[in-house]
Design a protein around this ligand. Structure first.
Ligand code: SF4
Ligand code: SF4
Length: 180
């Protein structure tokens, strides 16, 4: 995954996949991506862009329109979106920006391009039912404070609920391989 702004390197013709934007436009939430006329309202109103040097929703939409599939899907900035939907509310072209970003994330997740922190959380949820492993010291502190033990996680029911999610299936498969 790239750490820099996804749109800064010069573009090579070989990178361009002209079908990418049509693929996004066929997916639920991505339908209106072709309407974007690059006004920049989404970026100027985005609370994350205000505090990030690299995250720009307008740029992600532009890159998708240009067909820069791999740059978009390999970009870690894709995962900075807080899904607040301000951009969707403000877009004058009715592009569902937050949903387009969700669609891009789903495609990225299908090919395993997910920041390590989310991969670790996923593994933890699938194994224990908790998003992260509670340290023994913390459990001891609870006990000392007279608090009841934490309820047991139910990873089985979580696995059942997430059945069919490609990223989860890939994560589970990897876990099985590592367990061999
Ligand atoms: S606000 Fe809408 S039209 Fe303007 S740049 Fe963002 S997505 Fe494109
Ligand atoms: S949904 Fe994401 S891209 Fe849109 S304004 Fe909120 S943080 Fe920014």
């Amino acid at each position: 995954m790239t750490e820099t702004a996804p749109g800064k390197e010069p573009i090579k013709a070989s990178e361009i996949d002209p079908k990418f934007k049509y693929e996004l436009a066929k997916m639920h939430g991505g339908e209106k991506i072709l309407r974007c006329f690059q006004c920049g309202t989404c970026t100027s109103d985005c609370p994350v862009a205000r505090y990030s040097d690299t995250y720009r929703p307008r740029t992600l939409i532009h890159m998708a329109q240009l067909g820069l599939r791999e740059r978009v899907l390999n970009s870690d900035t894709l995962w900075l979106c807080a899904a607040c939907f301000t951009c969707t509310d403000r877009c004058p072209q009715d592009v569902k920006v937050a949903s387009v970003i969700r669609v891009m994330r789903n495609l990225a997740a299908e090919k395993g391009c997910v920041p390590q922190v989310f991969k670790d959380q996923t593994c933890s949820i699938l194994e224990s039912g908790y998003a992260y492993k509670i340290p023994e010291l913390r459990l001891k502190k609870r006990e000392n404070q007279g608090l009841p033990p934490l309820p047991k996680g139910n990873p089985e029911s979580i696995r059942k609920a997430l059945k069919g999610v490609k990223f989860i299936e890939a994560t589970e498969k990897k876990g099985e391989q590592h367990g061999q």
